[in-house]
Ligand binder design. Sequence first.
Ligand SMILES: C[S@@+](CC[C@H](N)C(=O)[O-])C[C@H]1O[C@@H](n2cnc3c(N)ncnc32)[C@H](O)[C@@H]1O
Length: 201
Amino acid sequence: HKVTLVDPVASQVAVAAELPGVEAKLGDARALPCEDASFDAVLLMGPLYHLTEREHRVRALREARRVARPGAVVAAVTINRTAGWSDWLLWNAEGTVHSISAAESLRVLREGDLRFFDHDIFTTAYLHHPGDVAEEFAAAGMAGPAQYAVQGFPGYMPELRAIIDDEEAREHLLEGLRVIESEPSLLGASNHLLTVARVPS
Ligand SMILES: C[S@@+](CC[C@H](N)C(=O)[O-])C[C@H]1O[C@@H](n2cnc3c(N)ncnc32)[C@H](O)[C@@H]1O
């Protein structure tokens, strides 16, 4: 594929520019330095969870729609509301250092805005409910997107490595995940969510 990458961090743009087939540009998802209707697929792999204002996220989605050709795919990754709290529980179980207090992880679970985080690990972010992502897509003119839980509860199973290494057990795991990846009642149980729409022709 011929890829254009846009990122607001100059050092990351410089690394991406070294990759074969990649044109890397310094820029912002809210104002893409790209022509209208010029891409077959547009991926937002960061902006939707780092933009903490809904208006800015919808603007980024409108920009994705603008640069996508009619019929192209727009796919966005978001972080689910439960992620900070479930990470806290996992770190607690593992006995690793917490970069977020128990009280703060509960506040984020209720309110969604992740702040005062250890910047060596992560930074300011907004944690969505799946339905809110679909609503933001609709506000940008892409109603009814498909949604996929890309990191469901099996991700927390400590013995998962053994299952992945065993061909038969791995197929069993993957087939089950294909069945449940878009199950509405489970979408929010995944730390990350993929939302995908086709730009109307
Ligand atoms: C956690 S990283 C993910 C990096 C990479 N896309 C990936 O999937 O592995 C989030 C990325 O979103 C970028 N980002 C944050 N705000 C952005 C914005 N307003 N427009 C475009 N990119 C943004 C960050 O600079 C960072 O590279």
